[in-house]
Design a protein around this ligand. Structure first.
Ligand code: F6R
Length: 608
């Protein structure tokens, strides 16, 4: 989704803004632009398409000056075009603004401003903010931003400069993330931490309704009444070099291969001799959790699939009634929340607008929220009562991979913890499962070691137009995830189904042109899965089975088999995820897709 970078300091404004925009590129965008104040005048360069287009324009016509704002836009209001790209400017070309989010009352404001003779040049909601600030401007940018922000409804993170005040940037946050990087004789505002790491590791995270005024040597924070406030500074320890692709052609492949290491890191952090440790942001007492009778998980996309696996885990092991809901449904359905359930929000980015809104719905009902989040300091992290971190490291590829397996891993450990507190599992059983957990990274490495087999299978099926993914029990959500991974990066239609549901409709789609990926490791539903596969095979489907190593029966049922090391059933979704991710990856690459930045998608979905 849109990205903001703004800089005040002595470095070359072109290189700083472009470097920041490249760092934000992974979020997804369709146009980009920059502006600065040069010799008392506003200069704007913006263009539709890839960042390379903007870089070329800047090589021909570079910007100058000490303050600048930059933006990658993911279109919401108005098609992707040069005109709709940000920065947007006011009538007098004095004020330039970049914006993330959606202004819900833009239409009313636009009508009001048109009556006051403002002339609009784009179809964006953002341009309304530029004219509103102009309308409220009487020589003090900070005051006019404050006044204008009070009229805006929706979500907005903005950074504003004015030709008449060439030494400062004013930024305001409401609903979309914004962070400040504190440098030496330079300061930065951006929508994400990676964009500032080339300059500083000292950051401040703005909360909703907060504003910051940045000059080269001074940073001041304000609340929405315009009163000065103090903000806590944090130091970022991870290195920007971990954002490189290394030896891999794509971030996605690199992140797939990082998964054993992510699980190993989490084993070291979570599994102590004295018991499980969910880290410094986990604030529940054992007593509280021992009395828990109901969990509601809400999340979007891949995180929702992990949550769905969580439902199977919590119900089968800790025996806790668990509901799982897609956040965009949860937030509007006014769910019955009797019995004080624990609400869980699952989000890699920690900024997904619907998941955040679901969390706020729960908080408004005075319910406890436990989140599983990868990005520390993100809004969901900060607004939750407790957070379990995924510790997956930055995930740059738009398709979630290593965050997903870490989400399942954390859910599994939390389930073991609850099972112990609720006495649904005895000590030897827990010990056996802990031993199994320790074997996961090696099993993952074995799967990755045979990636070439998956590539060969992908080559056979790369031209298919429709795929079906089926699974049962805890691997039904794995089938949903396999289908999502494939369609989002290859643009090939794919559907995930519970295998037992096929004959209630979808089996009508099956013919010799429909490859079916069947997830059938040894499990409590193994025989049922084989029956379902038989039914599809007899209708001509081409069958690819993911099976447990040593399983000979699947050979005669399938066109292709991919074997994974056997594991305890409730841990199997972690292993199953790997061949599904690799299969999607290779099919997408073989079809020439931009796997790290699939069309129309954004890494961090900060609008609903
Ligand atoms: C798919 C994918 C998305 C995200 C979804 C939620 O590969 O990455 O479906 O899972 O947009 O994002 P987070 O987890 O950041 O809340």
């Amino acid at each position: 989704m849109c990205g903001i970078i703004s800089y005040v300091g002595d470095k070359d404004i072109n290189s700083v803004l472009m470097a920041g925009l490249w760092r934000l590129e992974y979020r997804g965008y369709d146009s980009s632009g920059v502006a600065s104040v040069m010799d008392g005048e506003l200069e704007v360069r913006k263009v539709e398409g890839r960042l390379m287009n903007l870089q070329e324009i800047l090589s021909d016509k570079p910007l100058g000056g000490k303050v600048g704002i930059g933006h990658t836009r993911w279109a919401t209001h108005g098609e992707p075009s040069d005109q709709n790209a940000h920065p947007q400017v006011d009538c007098n070309e004095n004020i330039a603004i970049v914006h993330n989010g959606i202004i819900e009352n833009y239409y009313t404001l636009k009508e009001e401003l048109i009556k006051k003779k403002h002339i609009f040049k784009s179809n964006t909601d953002t341009e309304v903010i530029a004219h509103l600030i102009e309308e409220n401007y009487d020589g003090d940018l900070k005051e006019s931003v404050l006044k204008s922000a009070s009229r805006l409804e929706g979500s907005f993170a903005i950074a504003v400069i004015a030709a008449s005040e060439p030494d400062e940037i004013v930024a305001y946050r409401y609903g979309s993330p914004l962070i400040v990087g504190l440098g030496k004789n330079e300061n930065i505002v951006a929508s994400d931490i990676p964009a500032v790491l080339d300059h500083t590791r000292r950051i401040v995270i703005l909360s909703d309704g907060e504003m910051v005024v940045l000059r080269k040597d001074k940073v001041e924070f304000y609340n929405n009444k315009g009163e000065r406030i103090e903000k806590e500074e944090r130091e970022i320890k991870w290195s920007p070099t971990s954002l490189d692709k290394g030896k891999y052609p794509h971030y996605m492949l690199k992140e797939i291969y990082e998964q054993p290491e992510v699980i190993e890191r989490n084993i070291a952090l979570r599994m102590e001799d004295e018991g499980l440790n969910f880290g410094e942001s986990f604030h529940f007492s054992p007593h509280e959790l021992a009395h828990l009778s109901h969990i509601v998980i809400q999340a979007c996309g891949t995180s929702w699939h992990a949550g769905y696996i969580g439902k199977y885990l919590f119900e089968s092991l800790a025996r806790i009634h668990t509901e799982v809901d897609i956040s965009s449904e949860f937030r509007y359905r006014n769910p019955v929340m009797d019995g004080e359930p624990l609400i869980m929000a699952i989000s890699q980015s920690g900024e997904t607008a619907d998941t955040l809104a679901g969390l706020r719905e729960a908080k408004a009902k005075f319910l406890n929220v436990l989140s599983l989040v990868n990005v520390r300091g993100s809004t969901i992290d900060r607004e939750s009562d407790s957070t379990i971190y995924l510790n997956a490291g930055p995930e740059i590829g738009v398709a979630s991979t290593k965050a997903y397996t870490s989400q399942i891993f954390q859910l599994y450990l939390f389930d073991l913890y609850l099972s112990k507190l609720k006495w649904t599992m005895d000590a030897p059983e827990i010990e056996k499962r802990v031993k199994e957990v320790n074997e996961i990274p090696e099993k993952m490495r074995k799967i990755l070691g045979s990636a070439d087999n998956i590539r060969k299978i992908a080559e056979k099926y790369k031209d298919s137009k429709d795929f079906m993914f089926i699974g049962r029990g805890i691997n039904y959500p794995s089938a949903l995830e396999g289908a999502l991974k494939l369609k989002e990066i290859s643009y090939i239609h794919a559907t995930g189904y519970p295998a037992g549901e096929m004959k209630h409709g979808p089996i009508a789609l099956i013919d010799e042109n429909t490859p079916v990926v069947a997830i059938a490791p040894h499990s409590s539903v193994y025989e049922k899965m084989l029956n379902n596969i038989e039914e599809l095979k007899s209708r001509g489907a081409r069958i690819i089975i993911i099976a447990s190593l040593g399983d000979k029966r699947v050979k005669e049922l399938s066109n292709d088999v991919f074997y994974i090391p056997p594991s305890e059933e409730s841990l199997s979704p972690i292993l199953i995820a790997l061949p599904l991710q690799l299969f999607a990856y290779y099919i997408a690459v073989l079809n020439g897709r931009d796997v790290d930045r699939p069309r129309n998608l954004a890494k961090s979905v900060t609008v609903e």
